[in-house]
Design a protein around this ligand. Structure first.
Ligand code: PLP
Length: 388
């Protein structure tokens, strides 16, 4: 059958071709790394393409990445940043002192730190809620609420929130919804399709996928919002370098292949752990035992390689994390190689113990970023470390 050029393309095809075209002077199939700070203008204030006057403002390598990410997230505009936190920061910077943000209490630690220690000082107000309960989000809305920020699944407890329900609540209150989609990746979840206004990524994680850059991105549909965000980025300067943009684009082209394996390995590891006598609890939205499995199955296409589990005590968590051989002891996630960490001692060490417990981050919690090595080897490594 002939290819129907109007048929929507599948995710894996978009990952490779979305927003891409050969470089016009040579036909190079990958965009060159435009390693330049400025551009020669043919006449005063007449930059080529109307935009290429200075590389903080415009860079073709970065734009190739941005078009690709927009395609993967079912968006219209991608905006790339120097880090995930810089991406989130830029959305907050479209607001003004006196504005209010409703945010998930179990969000990435660096996001909470930026909100409470940088933006509260600058006059932005925050209310932290458990966004698993849409009613809690609704109850926190105020007349000056301009932004609702959630993360789903959350780090490291794998809590899930209902994107469509929260988008309605945000919009009813005159606010926009930003969803941190770092953990799911666009292969598994596309928040804009469910009513969110902004998707944010730490591209450091699954999108780049090879643990070799720090990067961030926003994807939006609304032209005016994209314009505002680009204005903030141009004015504050948190742009990624062209080499990092190029690496991220190269990574994104294999996102679907990597994510299929991360999803399969994550589920296999979660099931193995669930049956292990020395494991008290497993937190993985793909398990039927996850309290929000039904919601996760409704809004996600797969459940990633992120798995947390509780082994009861800090000593046991530490012993396991220090005795795996394939799972490397490290923070971060989403790369091809498997990582293991103890949140209470690592990513969440700066959170007061009482608040940590309330978040569910117990002393005995171990977090895995299951990579794409052979599943049997990964399970055997955990089996050795857990003491069979
Ligand atoms: C890592 C991470 C961030 C921060 O991204 P950086 O690239 O490290 O600045 C934000 N949100 C989530 C969910 C993350 O995992």
């Amino acid at each position: 059958m002939a290819h129907d050029p109007t048929a929507p393309l599948g995710f894996g095809t978009l990952a490779i071709h979305g927003g891409q075209s050969p470089e016009p002077t040579t036909g190079a199939i990958m965009p060159p790394i435009f390693q330049t700070s400025t551009y020669v203008q043919p006449a005063i204030a007449e930059p080529l393409g109307g935009v290429y006057d200075y590389a903080r403002v415009a860079n073709p390598t970065r734009e190739a990445l941005e078009r690709n990410l927009a395609a993967l997230e079912s968006g219209k505009h991608g905006v790339a940043f120097a880090s995930g936190l810089a991406a989130i920061e830029s959305v907050v910077k479209t607001l003004s002192a006196g504005d209010h943000i409703v945010t998930e209490e179990n969000t990435y630690g660096g996001t909470t730190r930026m909100f409470t220690r940088v933006f509260e000082r600058l006059g932005i107000e925050f209310t932290f809620v458990d966004s698993r309960d849409p009613e809690a989000v609704a109850a926190a809305m105020k007349s000056n609420t301009r932004l609702v920020h959630v993360e789903t699944p959350t780090n490291p407890m794998m809590r899930v929130c209902d994107i469509a329900a929260i988008a309605d609540i945000a919009h009813d209150g005159g606010a926009i919804l930003m969803v941190d989609n770092t953990f799911a990746s666009p292969f598994n979840q596309r928040p804009l399709e469910q009513g969110a206004d902004v998707t944010v990524h730490s591209t450091t994680k699954y999108l780049n996928g090879h643990s070799d850059i720090i990067g961030g991105a926003l994807v939006v549909r609304d032209d005016a919002l994209a314009e505002e965000i680009r204005f903030v980025r141009k004015s504050t300067g948190a742009v990624p370098g062209p080499m990092d943009a190029w690496l991220c684009l190269r990574g994104a082209k294999t996102l679907h292949v990597r994510m299929r394996q991360h999803n399969a390995a994550g589920l296999a590891v979660a099931k193995y752990l669930e049956d292990h006598p020395r494991v008290d609890r497993v937190f993985y939205p793909g398990l039927a035992s996850h309290p929000q499995h039904e919601l996760a199955a409704r809004q996600m296409d797969g459940f990633t390689g992120m798995v947390s589990f509780d082994v009861g005590t800090l000593d046991r968590a530490r012993a396991i994390a220090e005795h795996t051989q394939l799972f490397a002891l490290a923070e971060s996630l989403g790369g091809v190689e498997s990582l293991i960490s103890v949140p209470a001692l690592m990513t969440h060490a700066s959170v007061p113990a009482e608040r940590r417990e309330r978040m569910g981050v117990t002393d005995g919690l171990v977090r895995l970023s299951v990579g794409i090595e052979e599943i049997d080897d990964l399970v055997a490594d955990l089996d050795r470390a857990l003491g069979g």
